[in-house]
Design a protein around this ligand. Structure first.
Ligand SMILES: [Zn+2]
Length: 376
């Protein structure tokens, strides 16, 4: 059994920013699965730039024809990194932590899976174990959506890797994104009557978005902090020069719906508020274009998996205010839990790291979960 920290150092050294092909990483990962124990299926596809992306599903051969009892799911891509961060793809182990891009999000969990399967004994399997490795999670769960559409993951219980400090996460917020295009009419700024300012109109639109955001504070979902859907206008672009009345302004708005709430509810409320504004300001020209509508990660009725992981790690089950692959892959009637070493608050940053102690604990918890659900 190769030590989990050695595996992680190898994984971080294979750069897999979402735009790059993840095939070299998949090839490396597959070497940990003994071919006499595991059957594989690759789900390759080309992204919009023509780059090869690969999802991999591995399933134990024994017992034959049985439904898998548990699946371990992990994405293989990372967010980009600053060119000046030397350790991003030259990882180092320092004072009990491994530093590098993806060390916590989420190659740490992948290293735990590979460590666990490298010493896998299938002799006492009562039900197969599945492992699913996905591409392009960080840019919208693209790989997971493809696996869900192909019904490629069959287990009723999923452990989906994300840095949660080994806390089992049973629900998460969804994600919505839209761009609003506000059009005016350009003119020399000395003659305001000759034009119409897209930026002044955008300010009215922003006030409408804020009203919609206020309405989204109901219903409340007390398992979350904050306990309701949130809205953010993260980008605004408009105008060409200080002395030109701006002809166009674009607003990028995102929202995070809570479980039980349709992912397009914010969109409908913003549209309602825009219609109200149009009645007041008939010359307003604003159009909203939805770009993403990812459902919340709904909690399951089943709690066996979250309870087990909670007992093993000593952390009470919790929720997260962001989306994850679990929302797409959660089996109907089954249970999905998001879980893994590392901390989301230090991920997606220069200096990302994972504590080695959490990696080792995670390997033990995965082995215990496999024994609990798959072994006789
Ligand atoms: Zn992640």
């Amino acid at each position: 059994m190769k030590p989990v920290e050695k595996i992680l150092l190898d994984l971080v050294a294979i750069p897999t920013v979402s735009a790059q092909s993840n095939e070299p990483l998949i090839d490396y990962a597959q070497t940990f699965f003994a071919p006499n124990v595991w059957a594989f299926r690759r789900y390759p596809y080309r992204d919009s730039a023509g780059t090869l992306k690969v999802n991999l599903v591995a399933r134990t051969r024994r017992p034959p024809r049985a439904r898998p009892a548990l699946a371990l799911v992990c994405h293989t891509d990372t967010v980009p990194y600053e060119a000046s961060w030397r350790e991003a793809v030259k990882p180092v182990l320092r004072r009990g932590r491994i530093y590098g891009r993806g060390s916590s999000d989420v190659k740490g969990f992948l290293a735990c899976i590979l460590s666990a399967v490298s010493a896998f004994d299938d002799a006492s399997l009562a039900a197969p174990l599945e492992v699913a490795l996905t591409a392009e999670e960080e840019i919208g769960c693209v790989g997971a959506k493809r696996l869900a559409a192909a019904k490629a993951v069959r287990a009723p219980r999923l452990i989906v890797g994300e840095p949660t400090r080994l806390t089992p996460i049973y629900a998460g917020k969804g994600y919505g994104l839209a761009e609003i295009v506000v059009r005016g009419r350009e003119a020399h700024s000395a003659f305001p009557a000759a034009g119409r300012s897209a930026i002044f109109d955008a300010a009215r639109v922003l006030a409408s978005i804020e009203r919609a955001a206020k309405r989204l504070e109901r219903p409340r979902h007390t398992a979350f902090d904050p306990p309701h859907a949130t809205v953010n206008v993260g980008l605004i672009r408009g105008g060409t020069a200080k002395n030109i009345i701006p002809g166009e302004c674009r607003i990028t708005v995102e929202w995070r719906p809570v479980p039980g709430e349709p992912p397009d509810r914010a969109l409908s409320l913003i549209e309602e508020e825009l219609n109200r504004l149009r009645r007041r300001v008939p010359a307003l020209d604003a159009e909203i274009h939805p770009l993403r509508l990812d459902p919340p990660f709904e909690p399951s009725q089943q709690t066996e998996l979250r309870d087990l992981l909670s007992r093993l790690g000593g952390h009470a089950p919790s929720t997260v205010p962001f989306g994850a692959e679990a929302a797409h892959l959660r089996p109907s009637g089954g249970e999905a839990v998001v879980f893994g070493p590392g901390d989301m608050t230090t991920a997606h940053r220069t200096g990302e790291y994972v504590p080695v102690a959490q990696l080792r604990a995670c390997v033990r918890h995965l082995q215990a979960a496999v024994a609990h659900f798959c072994k006789g």
